[in-house]
Ligand binder design. Structure first.
Ligand SMILES: NC(=O)c1ccc[n+]([C@@H]2O[C@H](COP(=O)([O-])OP(=O)(O)OC[C@H]3O[C@@H](n4cnc5c(N)ncnc54)[C@H](O)[C@@H]3O)[C@@H](O)[C@H]2O)c1
Length: 437
């Protein structure tokens, strides 16, 4: 779009503020904003709705400055807020919704500020790190009558949609167990995230993709009453990213157990790492297997058929086995260039949900529209309780490990509370969250 083009007066407008302009912004949000700058959202109920990226907040402002330069012929300029009060400046700039893509331990504050300011909020995964934080955000969102949602793009992967469809239609019957693995190269822990890696672990960063997939696909409780999370175990290895006895983890193995309404258990192992060799074939290697009473399902996120080798370019600059379904830049058969995939679709969908709330009918029925969007359990914070509980439990188990108590276990909704940690050889337990998960 010509950035100097006169905006269409007939279109409704939603302005977006972006907090954090890192890797995920570049991969997914940026192409969505560029596409939406050329073509408004449209539904018969809302009419055309322009989505405008009008403000960004980062600590130094350097990345914002780079994007202002890089995109100056493509989109109108945005307000580049930076410094200690960057988020306050962004919130004062008349945005209607805010996307939070800061490192995972900095989601809460940013999201809370945006919700308090009455903005609709979309948070990158994992939404927050504790149930207490989740409850606070939900409470504020309810008070301010706005949406608070989280991005889990794997739920929009066609393979995962079909998995869920088969389960919902009883083609796959009664999940029993499974494994998921998600491995990343050393460059992620050593370069990309080097600034904020201390004290962090790859489980919180990427196991959440599969935690949510499992929780959503085989539940949620609203769809399958009686499907309950009951137990969480975790361990991991240290010594490459940080010291062997320090708080920074190279790899994690997480085990989560649910109970079906018929009292049979289902257990899932999720392995994650961010210290694979930089030239390993995956770049991001993702493999899943689920076993049912009557079926087995295997999926590989990148081995979907394409394999290529290009002198001097694969496997670093270009991948040997790319996943074009997540995100790909294409020359369309009709001649246009595009960038598309489920990683972008899931963000686009959030904007549609906000447009629906604000513009799909008269003001007096806004509350009904808001409620119907809040009931979408794939992305609403209210449906993120199990995922956040598992992340909180895993982080608590790993912290105990650092203190010299490996092998702790967390029980969910047991006799001592909602989320309770038990340590081998110690009689006293630790209540992580007293009320029901
Ligand atoms: N959906 C996915 O598949 C996916 C993939 C990668 C990352 N993520 C998530 O996105 C988030 C960001 O990851 P990334 O890879 O883009 O990280 P990154 O390190 O590349 O970028 C982080 C950005 O946040 C900014 N930032 C940091 N602290 C800030 C603060 N206090 N206020 C304002 N800005 C701040 C930094 O300046 C930077 O622009 C994480 O939560 C991560 O889990 C999601």
């Amino acid at each position: 779009m010509n950035p100097n083009k006169t905006p269409n007066e007939d279109h409704k407008v939603l302005r977006v503020g972006m907090i954090g302009l890192g890797m995920i912004f570049d991969e997914t949000y940026k192409p969505v904003f560029l596409e939406l700058a050329n073509s408004p959202l449209y539904s018969p109920a809302t009419g055309p709705v322009d989505i405008r990226w009008t403000a960004a907040a980062t600590r130094t402002g350097t990345r914002g400055q780079n994007y202002l330069q890089q995109l100056k012929h493509l989109i109108p300029p945005f307000e580049n807020c930076h410094g200690d009060d960057a988020i306050q400046k962004l919130l004062a700039s008349n945005v209607d919704m805010v996307c939070v893509a800061t490192p995972d331990d900095r989601h809460f504050e940013a999201a809370k500020m945006a919700l308090l300011a009455g903005k609709h909020v979309l948070i990158e995964k994992p939404s927050v790190l504790t149930l207490k934080e989740l409850e606070q955000l939900q409470e504020i969102a309810d008070q301010k009558k706005v949406l608070a949602k989280v991005v889990y793009h794997k739920l929009a992967d066609p393979d995962h949609k079909k998995l869920r469809t088969h389960y919902a239609d009883s083609v796959f019957r009664h999940i029993n167990n499974g494994y998921c693995s998600l491995l990343e190269p050393k460059s992620i822990s050593g370069k990309q995230f080097a600034e904020w890696i201390v004290g962090r672990n790859p489980g919180t960063y990427v196991a959440v993709h599969y935690i949510k997939l499992i929780d959503f696909t085989f539940g949620p409780a609203s769809v399958q009453p009686g499907w309950e999370l009951i137990r969480i175990n975790a361990t991991g290895q240290r010594g490459l990213v940080g010291n062997a006895d320090g708080p920074t983890w190279d790899s994690c193995q997480l085990q989560i157990t649910y109970r079906h309404p018929d009292n049979r258990e289902a257990t899932f192992d999720i392995h994650t790492s961010w210290v694979m060799p930089d030239n390993f074939p995956g770049y991001v290697e993702q493999e899943v297997q689920f076993r049912f009473d009557n079926a087995i399902w295997n999926a590989h996120q990148r081995k979907r058929g394409v394999e290529m080798a290009i002198e001097d370019r694969t496997p670093n600059e270009l991948k040997n086995t790319p996943n074009y379904h997540y995100n790909g830049a294409f020359l369309e058969p009709w001649g246009k260039r595009s960038q598309r995939g489920y990683g972008l679709e899931i963000i686009h969908r959030f904007f549609e949900e906000v447009a629906f709330v604000e513009f799909a009918g008269p003001a007096p029925s806004r509350g009904d529209r808001l409620q119907s969007m809040k009931e979408l359990s794939y992305n609403d914070l209210s449906a993120d309780r199990n995922t956040v509980a598992i992340v909180q439990a895993m982080e608590a188990i790993l912290s105990e490990h650092v203190l010299g108590n490996p092998g702790a276990q967390v029980l969910v909704n047991g006799p001592d509370g909602g989320l309770v940690l038990y340590r081998p050889g110690k009689s006293e337990h630790l209540i992580l969250h007293a009320s029901k998960v």
